[in-house]
Design a protein around this ligand. Structure first.
Ligand code: SAH
Length: 366
């Protein structure tokens, strides 16, 4: 009964796109989707070539021939380079102006400025648009048809790469920790400049799944009285840059135990896991911290879907990010979903503070 109702609704919709204008719109929308994969590829290409840095070195504006000369693009490929720059100009990553003698000068926009310099977000682009992240999506139909079983792959990532996202073998061929480092800098600045109160009064903090310790280091620098530690898997901790003593690195498994501290920080950790695993991790966090009136809390930075300033780009980015997470069997969550996990793990209360677009700091109290 329901199926035939659905069928009627669909037939009705199909009839509605039968006018010429609607067909043109439908065709344009379909083509837009088909070719959308080219955007991250183009962005990754300019990042790999070092084009935003080259424009920056030329004072923020450069002609195509200057860009080519600075980045090793062969003179015969300049028409292709023009095509690349035109796309990214149309999509807002670069600006373009024509000089009196007819030459086009490309400029950085706010978005491409973010990938300039060693602290820029270029590694995020390399990671998200790189082959390790992209290739699993070719296997998505097979993944969706895979029934859970003890010997079946546990995630789309595992189906494609034959190992878990957290397998030490990934350390050689992916850029996740470099990407995390760059992104952390930006987020830390946003958190510390406007929301530093989150850390005030703490005497110790352990950043669980803290990777190479960029966030913990920034907290230790801004708050020298907080004793900061990072706990991550042994191979991640072993690869962390030589510690300068400001942060202690601890190898461990967050599903087993977490070292005691006033606060546990979980940055982009819980979105990698399903509900049951999140509850397990949070229970270990609860064991590690003191009671609320003694200052105990868990500090989470994550997207809270549907929060923050809204526009179509934000909504679509949230959905794309959630689908990206499904690759590792991770989950994007709305506030009510976060709330359920916190209460299932035995926490009494939480406070969400939006920091950067849909990214928030969530303080969770025992
Ligand atoms: N907090 C960092 C990294 C997030 S990615 C950032 O914001 O960029 C998730 C992190 O969890 C990775 O560093 C991964 O190595 C770590 N991780 C995965 N499984 C873990 C486990 N069982 N115990 C501790 N850390 C783990």
């Amino acid at each position: 009964m329901l199926c035939s109702k659905v069928r009627m609704a669909l037939v009705h919709e199909t009839e509605e796109v039968s006018s010429h204008e609607d067909m043109v719109g439908a065709f344009a929308l379909l083509y837009h989707h088909v070719f959308s994969f080219i955007k991250p590829m183009a962005l990754k290409c300019v990042v790999d070539l070092g084009i935003p840095d080259a424009i920056h070195r030329r004072g923020g504006a450069a002609t195509l021939s200057c860009i080519a000369a600075d980045t090793g693009v062969h003179a015969t490929r300049i028409p292709d380079l023009r095509c690349l720059m035109k796309l990214l100009t149309t999509s807002g990553l670069f600006g373009a102006a024509t000089t009196a003698d007819g030459e086009v000068v490309y400029t950085l926009t706010a978005a491409s400025s973010l990938v300039v310099g060693p602290r820029g977000l270029s590694n995020i682009v390399r990671f998200e648009a790189g082959p390790v992240s992209v290739t699993p999506f070719f296997d998505m139909p097979a993944w969706l048809r895979t029934a859970p079983a003890p010997d079946a792959p546990k995630s789309l990532f595992e189906l494609t790469h034959g190992r878990s996202r957290w397998d030490p073998a990934n350390a050689d061929d992916d850029t996740m920790n470099d990407a995390a480092f760059a992104e952390s800098q930006l987020l830390i600045e946003a958190v510390l400049s406007d929301h530093g109160d989150v850390f005030r009064g703490l005497t110790s903090l352990v950043d669980v799944g803290g990777g190479h310790g960029s966030f913990a280091k920034a907290v230790a620098t801004a708050f020298p009285n907080i004793k900061c530690a990072v706990m991550d898997l042994p191979h991640v901790v072993a690869d962390a840059p030589i510690a300068d003593g400001s942060v202690q690195f601890i190898a461990g498994n967050m599903f087993e135990s977490i070292p005691p501290a006033d606060a546990v920080l979980l940055k982009y950790v819980l979105h990698c896991w399903g509900e049951d695993d999140c509850v397990k991790i949070l229970r270990r966090c609860k064991d590690a911290i003191p009671a609320r009136d003694a200052g105990g809390k868990v500090i989470i930075t994550e997207m809270v879907l549907g929060s923050g300033p809204r526009d179509r780009n934000v909504a679509e980015t949230e959905e794309m990010h959630s689908l990206f997470l499904t690759c590792i069997s991770g989950v994007g969550r709305e506030e009510h979903e976060w709330k359920k996990i916190f209460s299932d793990a035995g926490f009494s209360d939480y406070k969400i503070t939006p920091v950067m677009g849909p990214i928030s700091v969530i303080e969770v109290y025992p």
